[in-house]
Design a binder for this molecule. Structure first.
Ligand SMILES: Cc1cc2nc3c(=O)[nH]c(=O)nc-3n(C[C@H](O)[C@H](O)[C@H](O)COP(=O)(O)O)c2cc1C
Length: 158
């Protein structure tokens, strides 16, 4: 059975979407089925199936999630579903120029998912837009070992 991964994308100007597309291109194969969804219009039911998710989101405003992620983030806070069947990773895009709120969009999703019982696999991946590195390259370097880690953990817990 292939591993099924859903990438949920929170973005304002498309960088997180580009990262997700690159990950889908590389990770989707006979061992892994990848589905990428923009967060637009999603609510807490996006997690109803349980399984493995990758949150790929940028940060805006005062360390907020991007506009297209707000409804999903707020629905999780309000509905407070039991996410104990959910496993997830986080790719958080940000900019060190905003030192106080660096990558808070991804950190916020991490906090609410953990609070609702979902289990994170691996550390958060943080990307600093001022670092001069390409987010899709950094993300891929992070994601290749991450997906192997998921593969080891998930069959044991299914
Ligand atoms: C108006 C504005 C506000 C931002 N606020 C933050 C912030 O509070 N913290 C942070 O780490 N990055 C912040 N960023 C940086 C973005 O999150 C970063 O550039 C990201 O790569 C953009 O990804 P996107 O194109 O998917 O939206 C901000 C960028 C803009 C333009």
């Amino acid at each position: 059975m292939p591993l099924e991964l859903t990438i949920l994308v929170g973005t304002m100007t498309g960088t997180a979407q580009l990262v997700a597309q690159e990950l889908e291109l590389v990770l989707d194969d006979e061992n892994t089925r990848v589905q990428t969804r923009l967060m637009d219009g999603l609510d807490e039911r996006a997690f109803d199936s349980g399984g493995l998710f990758l949150i790929c989101t940028s940060t805006y405003g005062q360390g907020d999630v991007p506009d297209n992620a707000k409804a999903l983030y707020e629905a999780l806070q309000t509905a407070r579903p039991d996410l104990s069947r959910v496993y997830y990773g986080v790719i958080a895009l940000g900019d060190m120029t905003y030192a106080e709120t660096y990558c808070n969009g991804g950190k916020r999703f991490d906090a609410i998912l953990a609070d609702l019982g979902a289990k994170r696999i691996g550390e958060l991946m943080l990307h600093n837009a001022s670092a001069g590195t390409l987010p899709e390259e950094v993300a891929l370097e992070w994601a290749l070992p991450w997906i192997e880690q998921c593969r080891e953990i998930l069959p044991l817990t299914a």
